[in-house]
Design a protein around this ligand. Structure first.
Ligand code: 9YT
Length: 138
């Protein structure tokens, strides 16, 4: 079992800054469980254009208000605490943060922590084997 708090990871290499958001990665590929789990803050007034061509992402809003635009259909959705969206079709999308947004995000395959958005808002596909816990013989 792994138990970890947000306080444990803030300011470590699990706390990744981008121009429009800060992503705190509680579970990464090195945990070897097939998904990563992030607590992401998107800054008030920001717009993030994304396209997860290589990943499926589920996003659950727990704080703030915003707007999600699906560029495949042109549809717009209000985002508020309790809103979830699942990018099961690798949709191009934009997330506008009206106020600061706090989103819980799950990625499959798991992010390794080394990915950065390219000019299209895509994270590259990087895979790595699970980390073997110290002292464990396999
Ligand atoms: C929804 C969202 O915040 N996407 C951008 C960042 C991504 N969730 C991440 O790397 O944590």
């Amino acid at each position: 079992m792994i138990v970890r708090t947000l306080t444990d990871i803030v300011g470590t290499d699990r706390d990744v800054d981008a121009p429009t958001f800060s992503s705190r990665r509680l579970v990464l590929a090195k945990e070897g469980v097939g998904f990563s789990l992030h607590d992401t803050i998107l800054y008030a007034g920001s717009e993030t254009v994304m396209w997860y061509a290589n990943h499926i992402e589920a996003v659950y809003c727990i704080e703030g208000t915003g707007e999600l635009i699906d560029h495949e259909t042109g549809e717009k959705y209000d985002v508020a605490p309790g809103t979830m969206y699942l990018l099961d079709g690798h949709e191009h999308h934009t997330l506008k943060a009206i106020t600061q947004l706090r989103m819980v995000c799950v990625f499959n395959p798991a992010l390794t922590g080394r990915e950065v958005h390219d000019e299209d808002g895509v994270y590259p596909l990087i895979t790595e084997p699970p980390e073997v816990a110290e002292g464990v013989t396999v």
